[in-house]
Design a protein around this ligand. Structure first.
Ligand code: TRP
Length: 477
């Protein structure tokens, strides 16, 4: 049974979880969000949320995995049965699987852009190009379904290959090679950025804490990002936690994951803004920061073609180690539930996810106008997919915090935490009260984005949901 597998080393879970956490969220999303939301103030809120909400939920989710030693969907069935908890909690496993499935479908397409850009950089075809040419090259890429499809296919196939080779030969060996290599590349890029760019301006931008710069929107963005970057609420951490050594400390491991993930986001931020400011460009460019602004900087700088190519290899590798953690939960479920072989399970997952990826591919070209999603929601099909995951992620995190905080039996939680120190009480307080409240705020942020007449619907859903959750929390033995 796959459910009895354990990582080879006590520290492998840490490596795997960091691989999952460090991804496009650190290298692409974090810098542009910080750039749009006033730099240092954003980072302050982000770090506070990681510590107060991210780490407690990280502990809770890995606890669920290790305690059940099953894939998320089967794990919740097992936990609710053995703890006499409401069956309703099983929705955590299913929602996580749906969210992971959707995220992988577009994550793979976006990682494909980085494949394209590493090619453009290494071939030197952008060297000396001006900003208009570079912006136009991004538009050309997005306008070509064939190119996007080719990269998407290649990326998801490689991810599937690694997971298909098993948790030891595939995931573990892959990570043991990729993670140090990625860190080394990040150091090289950072060193280069400090030498040729304006590191002083980057540091001033990132570490000047001026809370007035921060809008409420920025506040909520920071909290949402701290969730996304730790891969929370989707079963990925739970699936990896199922293979975690019983000797490893949940608390210490979670703190390490959060620290390494944050350190890497900050290093990427310093590198990217040093290059951007050094070239006299603007920080607040939104999602185009990595694919337009940064290539403009590389095109002007000495040695920019090579270093730019290396930078995009870093992006591809970081995305790859995250993508494999999105495949594992669903593949593990297919193995456990239907007794399929691992390669077949991974094959099914990857094929289905590849097909959904077509929606994202076509959203930038042949479906950029005139589909029903534009007619109904005024958004492209890709935006609708992203929006769905932005809702599922905080709900998943909220339910995990409530489930572990309130519904799991106290003996089991104490046994897994292997501590009775006062830190246990701190964690319990955070996971019971602070995390659910904070996550509810992040969730409420999505409401104003919904068309006006839907607000009462969402409100009603929230009230009914709250009532149902309340009953589930009380319904134990
Ligand atoms: N943490 C990943 C990143 O920073 C993105 C992500 C979110 C993720 N949820 C996930 C990755 C679940 C793997 C599994 O890019």
């Amino acid at each position: 049974m796959s459910s009895n597998q354990i990582w080879t080393h006590k520290g492998t879970f840490l490596l795997a979880a960091v691989g999952s956490a460090v991804g496009l969220g650190n290298l692409w999303r974090f810098p542009y969000l910080a750039g749009e939301n006033g730099g240092g103030a954003f980072i302050l809120i982000y770090i506070a949320t990681i510590a107060m909400v991210g780490v407690p939920i990280l502990i809770a989710e890995s606890l669920m995995g290790r305690s059940s030693r099953r894939s998320p969907i089967m794990g919740l069935k097992h936990l609710t049965e053995t703890h006499g908890a409401s069956r309703g909690w099983r929705v955590i496993g299913w929602m996580g699987a749906v969210a992971a499935f959707i995220i992988l479908s577009f994550y793979s397409v976006i990682a494909g852009w980085a494949v394209h850009y590493s090619g453009l950089m290494f071939s030197g075809s952008l060297a000396g190009a001006d900003s208009e040419q570079i912006a136009a090259s991004f538009d050309t890429l997005l306008a070509s379904p064939n190119l996007l499809l080719a990269y998407h296919t290649a990326f998801i196939l490689v991810s599937g290959l690694i997971v298909g080779m098993g948790i030891h030969k595939g995931i573990e060996s892959g990570l043991r090679f990729m993670m140090p290599a990625l860190f080394l590349i990040l150091l090289i890029v950072l060193g280069y950025a400090v030498v040729v760019g304006d590191a002083g301006a980057a540091m001033a931008f990132l570490f000047t804490f001026n809370l007035e710069d921060l809008s409420l929107e920025g506040w909520l963005e920071a909290m949402g990002q701290s969730f996304f970057t730790l891969s929370l609420g989707m079963g990925a951490i739970m699936a990896y936690g199922a293979y975690m050594s019983s000797e490893a400390s949940l608390t210490r491991t979670a703190i390490w994951i959060a620290c390494v993930d944050t350190l890497i986001a900050l290093m990427a931020g310093v590198a990217i803004f040093a290059l951007v400011f050094g070239s006299g460009l603007e920080a607040g460019q939104g999602p185009g920061l990595m694919f337009v602004t940064l290539p403009i900087a590389f095109a002007q700088l000495p040695g920019g073609s090579i270093l730019g190519g290396i930078f995009f290899i870093l992006v591809i590798g970081a995305a790859l180690t995250s993508a494999i953690s999105l495949i594992e939960p669903i593949a593990a479920w297919l193995i456990e539930r239907f007794g399929l072989s691992r390669p077949l399970s991974v094959g099914i997952m990857v094929a289905a996810c590849w097909a959904l990826g077509l929606v994202t591919v076509f959203s930038f070209n042949i479906w950029s106008e005139g589909t029903f999603t534009q007619a109904w929601f005024n958004r492209s099909p890709f935006d609708v997919l992203e929006f769905i995951t932005n809702i599922l992620m905080p709900i998943g995190g909220l339910l995990i915090a409530l489930f572990v905080g309130w519904s799991l039996s106290r003996q089991e939680v104490l046994r897994e935490m292997a501590t009775t120190s006062s830190w246990f009480a701190v964690w319990q307080f955070l996971v019971r009260f602070v995390a659910p409240t904070a996550v509810a705020f992040v969730f409420l942020r999505t409401i104003p984005q919904v068309e006006g007449y839907l607000i009462p619907t969402v409100g009603a859903v929230a009230i009914i949901g709250g009532f149902t959750i309340g009953r589930a929390m009380l319904a134990r033995r």
